[in-house]
Design a protein around this ligand. Structure first.
Ligand code: ZN
Length: 93
């Protein structure tokens, strides 16, 4: 597994912000090479990617100034994140 560029720990694909962003269509395959990996939802030791994770139910709004765009909500939550969960099911993690 790839390591998070923020915290340095391994990122399970089901919680990889870069893979979710690819599903959302905001970055390309090239982006995957450029960005590597980053936690999407926060973990014990990592803040993850709040600007994107805020669209997932139960996650806090990003407080760093990223505007919450309701038009983006379904794309991130129901489409991109859900698809990544399907592609990379959490088995024995
Ligand atoms: Zn991390």
């Amino acid at each position: 597994m790839l390591k998070c560029d923020k915290c340095g720990e391994e990122v399970h694909p089901s919680n990889d912000a870069v893979l979710v962003a690819m599903e959302a269509g905001t970055i390309s395959m090239v982006g995957l090479l450029v960005y590597g990996s980053r936690h999407f939802l926060p973990t014990e030791n990592c803040k993850g990617s709040p600007s994107r994770a805020q669209y997932i139910e139960g996650q806090p709004r990003d407080t760093r100034g990223f505007v919450y765009n309701e038009e983006d909500e379904q794309g991130w939550r129901d489409d991109a994140f859900a698809r990544v969960q399907e592609k990379y099911p959490l088995v024995d993690q």
